[in-house]
Design a protein around this ligand. Sequence first.
Ligand SMILES: Nc1nc2c(c(=O)[nH]1)N[C@H]1C(S)=C(S)[C@@H](COP(=O)(O)OP(=O)(O)OC[C@H]3O[C@@H](n4cnc5c(N)ncnc54)[C@H](O)[C@@H]3O)O[C@H]1N2
Ligand code: MOO
Length: 405
Amino acid sequence: MEYRKYVEKGLMPSRQAMKKLLRDRVSFKFQVEEVELMEALNRIAAEDIATRRMLPNLPVGKMDGIGVRAKDFETGMPDTYLWENGREYVFVNTGCSITAPYDTLILIEDIDFIEGHLVIKKTPEPGQLVDPPGSSINDAEIILHKYQQITPAAMGILAAGGVKRVAVIKKPKVVFIPTGDELAQWSIDNLPAGTNIESNGMMIYAFLKQYQADPVIFPIVRDNKEALYDALQQAAQQADLILINAGSSKGTKDYTLDILENKGQVVVYELGCRPGKHSSFSFFAGKPVLGMAGPPNGAELAARFYVKTLLDNYYHQAEQEAIIVEAVAEFSFKAPDNYDFCIQAHVYCKENSYYVQRINPKAVTRPQLLEKCNAYIYLPVSKEVHLGDKLTAELIVGKEVLGTE
Ligand SMILES: Nc1nc2c(c(=O)[nH]1)N[C@H]1C(S)=C(S)[C@@H](COP(=O)(O)OP(=O)(O)OC[C@H]3O[C@@H](n4cnc5c(N)ncnc54)[C@H](O)[C@@H]3O)O[C@H]1N2
Ligand code: MOO
């Protein structure tokens, strides 16, 4: 074990600057694959997708009623006393076809039968209440543009429009490399004394699934330079994006950045904001590598902010705006003078006003943090917050699930 002097290096960007840098510096090349429509939900269209048939393919009634011939009404209301179903008129239901010689629909509400004889209460306009062919779906009509996400509603239109297979962007393969001599696999039954569970792999797997990526979670890599180098090489052969976890600070066995510096190119050694300060960004064998802090809280923030940005970039998606609320601070706090601070917070709503409490993630257990943390407040360097101030909180849950305390 060796003493490693702590030396700050390089840019140290804020959260926004890091997101911008990731977008500016990484240009992914994606592949296209065809998937069955049933498998296409939430995928991103790789090209404009057009309909392959029209609907309806005959004129249809807009409402329930009777189909009649407009020409029978050319000189006003005809005598309908002797009219018969199937001859001068036919019953037509909503969305059902209305074919020649019938070309006009009269609402059921506008007719009556008196002693079995049809009475029409209102003279129809020619062609009224009839939808022409293609009025629901036109042939060769664009359903989705390239880079649009396939939603449930789009799935229905694709099916109606005769699209059985869709060209989508192939999910990026993202390799996650957990590192650390002290780590044991999460599925272990008897945890050896002094070991810690490798749980970030599970969390990152889940974030990657949510972000439409194809995760590959590597086995734990021990803290030696050769093993780390091998793992990075293996990752670079298959991944579109590499995530390497822990070993990012100045502990005696924190080698991650040494390897990336010697064998790749480090762009960002650490950030100018906490938590998640020990997130880094490098290239290794031409592949982008996001370094993530080992502590699960820092790793979670890195996933929410930077993995998300990278994957949005891969899929050509704009940055998603956070849901914002203005909340009254129930605490005072000053951001440090040398880095920004992302407060983890609990927002609640009482009598139509929002209030926010600060959570110190180091003073609570992980389940307590999970239960309480529903928002972030990003404070730039040295920014002071006072009790009663109105703060802008970024929710990480829907507004509707906020509690009242
Ligand atoms: N003297 C200083 N010490 C530390 C500093 C500092 O500035 N000066 N920064 C602290 C901060 S902030 C962070 S964040 C961590 C960064 O640590 P590393 O990224 O180097 O991670 P390790 O030291 O290897 O591990 C820390 C902690 O995280 C646990 N861990 C690691 N991997 C996983 C995983 N896959 N799943 C769950 N937990 C994981 C590990 O067991 C340790 O408990 O450095 C601080 N120290
Ligand atoms: O990088 Mo550490 O996660 O600032 O908390």
